[in-house]
Design a protein around this ligand. Structure first.
Ligand SMILES: Nc1ncnc2c1ncn2[C@@H]1O[C@H](COP(=O)(O)OP(=O)(O)O)[C@@H](O)[C@H]1O
Ligand SMILES: [Mg+2]
Length: 263
């Protein structure tokens, strides 16, 4: 249902790696000599106090920020200097907040224009406002509707995103990323600002995607969610990786607890 690319048995053991990645902003070292590895089919949890460097690291993985030094490797190839769109085309995708014109498109239109082949974009330019693409782009519409069914959002397909709740927007953001058939999906606090029942629903979807073989990196502060979704978990504090392991391992680490109390 996600895509043939995701459902095939992973042919690599390590989907993504960073080697000695460092990034500073002025005097602040946001990410300090970070080397991590993301195993195929796992959800890697990225946790740590505010300001630990989690979002900066995720931006470096997606290509939105460049590291000052160090390298990023995806499916065995170095992608350090690849722009975000090129990484996305290779299957390294992140979710985006629905800003700009996207809230003024319907849910279905949002999914169609998120398809990676540029057909979506060209189509959007050519047909914006006409709502006439269903026939020409049947295949994309079928894929989008498959996702809408799966995420129980089919009734909302003609709603404007601006009318949706915060949690429904988060679902649209995830479905948009899935339209690109990711090999690795990067998620930065996908439950932020979401009511508890929809948060549970989103969590369930992430677990289902994981069980179907989708690899993810999930930044999340709610440790219960991390415990249920993620293995391994990487703990960052002041830009550095201070611990790695299962959530069970990490709970026994006093230095990790100290870092949280300090943050
Ligand atoms: N664009 C930026 N300009 C200046 N400082 C930044 C920028 N982005 C992040 N930082 C700083 O880098 C550090 C890590 O931030 P961030 O990656 O957002 O941490 P986290 O997501 O773990 O809360 C913080 O001290 C933050 O203020
Ligand atoms: Mg952050």
């Amino acid at each position: 249902m996600i895509s043939p690319r995701t459902l095939t048995k992973p042919e690599v053991e390590t989907v993504l790696e960073t080697r000695n990645v460092r990034r500073s902003f002025g005097g602040v070292v946001a990410v300090d000599d970070v080397s991590i590895s993301v195993p195929a089919g796992h959800v890697v949890g990225l946790i740590g106090p505010n300001g630990a460097g989690k979002s900066t690291l995720l931006s470096i993985l997606a290509g939105a920020e460049s590291p000052d030094t160090g390298s990023v490797w995806f499916l065995g190839d170095e992608v350090t200097s690849d722009k975000p769109f090129r990484r996305a085309r290779k299957g390294l995708c992140r979710t985006f907040q629905l800003t700009g014109d996207l809230p003024r498109l319907t849910v279905l239109e949002n999914l169609i224009v998120a398809a990676p082949s540029q057909r979506g974009e060209r189509l959007f330019v050519a047909l914006a406002g006409k709502r006439a693409w269903a026939k020409q782009e049947e295949e994309l519409v079928i894929r989008a509707r498959g996702l809408l069914d799966r995420f129980d959002m089919r009734r909302e397909e003609d709603s404007y995103v601006a009318e949706l709740s915060g949690g429904q927007r988060r679902l649209v953001e995830i479905m948009r990323a899935l339209m690109a058939s990711p090999r690795l999906l990067l998620l930065d606090e996908p439950f932020a600002g979401v009511n508890p029942s929809l948060a549970r629903r989103i969590e369930r979807h992430l677990i289902d995607l994981r069980d179907e073989g989708l690899t993810m990196v999930l930044v999340e502060h709610e440790l219960g969610v991390v415990e249920r979704c993620c293995d391994p978990v990487i703990v960052m504090a002041t830009g550095r990786v201070i611990a790695q392991g299962t959530m069970g391992d990490i709970r026994t680490r006093e230095d990790v607890l100290d870092a949280y109390l300090a943050g």
